[in-house]
Design a protein around this ligand. Structure first.
Ligand code: AMP
Length: 216
């Protein structure tokens, strides 16, 4: 089964995608992670997108479609979770074409709804285990007292350069202006399922499982 997790920054897409990887052996395709990897390894493309990402703007369709195209050349047998992609209608069209070329398609698009106030609170307090990507929140889920990641025992935690109020404003604007039209698009294609992204991680995961069981 191939799904898209759609939602604004801080909606919990990455957290829920990692759960689906652990529980169902699906493959997470996060363009945000791919772009951060490119930056960290100092590739020419990584250097080109660094400033755009830090400001919270979208990088070009061409770059992210290229990244996804490359990943789709590998094994996709366990089912795919698109996390943070597509973010524009052009990306959605490209995804459809790429999947159809592989003889497959999208099953469900899950929109994770969270109010703006919660998004800001989540993002400003967010940190991530450098080793495994587990997400923590200073207020609601702090790093354990022993300073070790509850999942992998890692002791280094990072904050994203774009997790600040200024970039977040731009990221939210980009979401509402460029990405939210996808909600209507997938609704018309009868692929859209809406889940409440507030509440406990396990409860949101249960809603996502239910939404996935209702394939068109
Ligand atoms: P994310 O980790 O999904 O929040 O993405 C972090 C940043 O990477 C975004 O603010 C954009 O600058 C860039 N980015 C990630 N995915 C895309 C995409 N599908 N289209 C354009 N820019 C993207």
């Amino acid at each position: 089964m191939n799904i898209i997790l759609l939602g604004p920054p801080g909606a919990g897409k990455g957290t829920q995608a990692r759960r689906l990887v652990d529980e169902r052996g699906m493959i997470q395709l996060s363009t945000g992670d791919m772009l951060r990897d490119a930056r960290n390894s100092g590739t020419e493309m990584g250097n080109r997108v660094a400033g755009i990402m830090d400001r919270g703007e979208l990088v070009t369709d061409e770059i992210v479609i290229g990244l996804i195209e490359e990943k789709l050349e590998g094994d996709t047998g366990g089912g795919l979770i698109f996390d943070g992609f597509p973010r524009t209608l052009a990306q959605a069209d490209a995804l459809e074409a790429l999947l159809s070329r592989k003889g497959t398609g999208l099953d469900v698009v899950i929109e994770m709804r969270v109010d703006d106030e919660t998004l800001v609170a989540r993002i400003i307090a967010r940190s991530t285990c450098a080793a495994c990507g587990e997400v923590y929140n200073d207020l609601t889920r702090p790093v354990p007292d022993d300073g070790r990641c509850a999942k992998c025992g890692g002791m280094q935690f990072t904050r994203r350069a774009d997790d600040n109020e200024e970039s977040l404003k731009t990221r939210l604007l980009a979401y509402y202006k460029q990405t939210s039209p996808l909600i209507g698009y997938y609704h018309c294609k009868e692929k859209l399922r809406v889940v409440d992204g507030l509440g406990e991680i396990a409860d949101v995961a249960a809603s996502i499982s239910e939404a996935m069981s209702k394939t068109p």
